[in-house]
Design a protein around this ligand. Structure first.
Ligand code: GLA
Length: 390
């Protein structure tokens, strides 16, 4: 957790004035436990909010200007007018808050003031732990609160996703924004992405901990490959419509329905993609049922199944993720291990007995280094709350 006194000092150094009117907000990152590449197919996901994320210090200014700074990019304060904000590649990370201000205004929220904002991000960029959703949601949550608007977390998630899709130009689903806005300490979120109905499920893992392992591999292909996967899923739906008129999303099909009509999908690759989606949605349902029955061992096996399917059928894993998962599964006391997030780099998530964590770091770290030449890092994750005022 960030040192708030220090951040306040930094804020005053950058923006001057007094600390009296500074408000502080926080939004976590997320880890997805199971249900990958199902959100934009209208299926289930099962993410959890982390305890680390993005802290935002914000103070109103009366000249209609927006001042943006981040401790992660220490030498720059960026200034904009609150009016007519547009995406500019050169603005880098600042496009997220710019997009949120623009999105709130377009959604009809009166934003009366200008603002100075300092961010402090603890989520490694490109790690697949949703640093972008975190900065979007903390900005939206903070601005709505400080302007006195009522906050509907579900609507805020949808607005943040829209900002990412339309302002930033990344065609993501709803999972990340939803998880970081709606998370609850010690609970994972079973979200039906089509209807946005959700259930907070207690995550009682007893002696087992969630361990996140970072490949530190930059996610090169992720945007173009992500869009290709989306298009392949749409192709599968178009093919299946011959038997299921009105079908919109793969998530509307049961496993049996899918099997009955799978032969309508002529393209081999498209068929594999669709099979992953339908089976993964089914795995989420089974996993939540097993968790509710305190059967963590089966939960872990389903995590393994999820990874294998992402690797073989959906083909969004990569060598580094596969090595981390393979090595993790060799360690005694590991119930399951899989990639988390979009793939092509980023992190894995494993369920590890608390007595095995030292061994896990040691063995997986050494083998990973030897096989990839890269240094992994490991976080033992607790599940925290979604967006909040500090
Ligand atoms: C990224 C996207 C999410 C989701 C995952 C894959 O994190 O932002 O919407 O599609 O990939 O499950």
């Amino acid at each position: 957790m960030a040192d708030l006194k220090e951040l306040q000092g930094k804020f005053l150094e950058l923006f001057g004035g007094s600390a009296d009117d500074i408000e502080t907000y926080f939004t976590p990152g997320r880890v997805n436990l199971i249900g990958e590449h199902t959100d934009y197919n209208g299926g289930y996901v099962f993410p959890a909010a982390l305890t680390f994320g993005t802290t935002m210090l914000i103070r109103a200014r009366d000249d209609g200007r927006l001042g943006l700074a981040s401790t992660n990019f220490p030498d720059e304060v960026k200034h904009f007018s609150m009016e007519g904000l547009v995406y500019d590649e050169g603005d880098g990370w600042a496009n997220y808050p710019k997009g949120v201000v623009d999105g709130l205004k377009k959604a009809g929220f009166a934003i009366r003031s200008g603002y100075d904002i300092l961010y402090h991000g603890e989520i490694p960029n490109g790690s697949g732990l949703s640093s972008s959703a975190s900065i979007e949601v903390v900005t939206g949550y903070g601005l709505l609160s400080i302007e006195g608007h009522e906050i509907d977390r579900v609507k805020l998630s949808v607005l943040a996703q829209k900002v990412e899709n339309e302002f930033v130009g990344v065609n993501c689903g709803i999972m990340d924004q939803f998880a970081v806005a709606n998370g609850k300490k010690d609970h994972a979120i079973l979200l039906m992405c089509d209807t946005l109905e959700y259930d907070l499920v207690p995550f009682n893992s007893g002696e087992y901990k969630i361990v996140i392992s970072n490949t530190h591999k930059r996610r090169g292909l992720v945007d173009s490959e992500y869009n290709t996967r989306r298009a392949q899923c749409e192709q599968a739906v178009a093919d299946l419509r011959a038997a299921v008129p009105g079908l919109n999303l793969l998530g509307e099909l049961s496993l049996d329905q899918f099997e009955a009509h799978a032969k309508l999908i002529k393209d081999e690759t498209v068929l594999r993609r669709a099979r992953h989606v339908v089976e993964e949605i089914d795995r989420v349902k089974q996993a939540v049922a097993r968790l509710r029955a305190d059967d963590l061992e089966s939960f872990g096996k389903l995590m393994d199944g999820s990874h294998d399917s992402l690797r073989d059928l959906y083909e969004v894993s990569c060598f580094e993720l596969d090595v981390l998962v393979e090595e993790a599964r060799r360690v005694p006391g590991v119930l399951g291990s899989r990639m988390t997030g979009a793939g092509f780099g980023g992190c894995t998530v494993s369920l590890v007995h608390e007595d095995s964590i030292g061994l896990f770091r040691e063995r997986v770290g050494a083998a990973y280094k030897e096989r990839t030449g890269l240094e992994a890092s490991f976080y033992v994750a607790d599940i925290g709350d979604g967006a909040k005022k500090l």
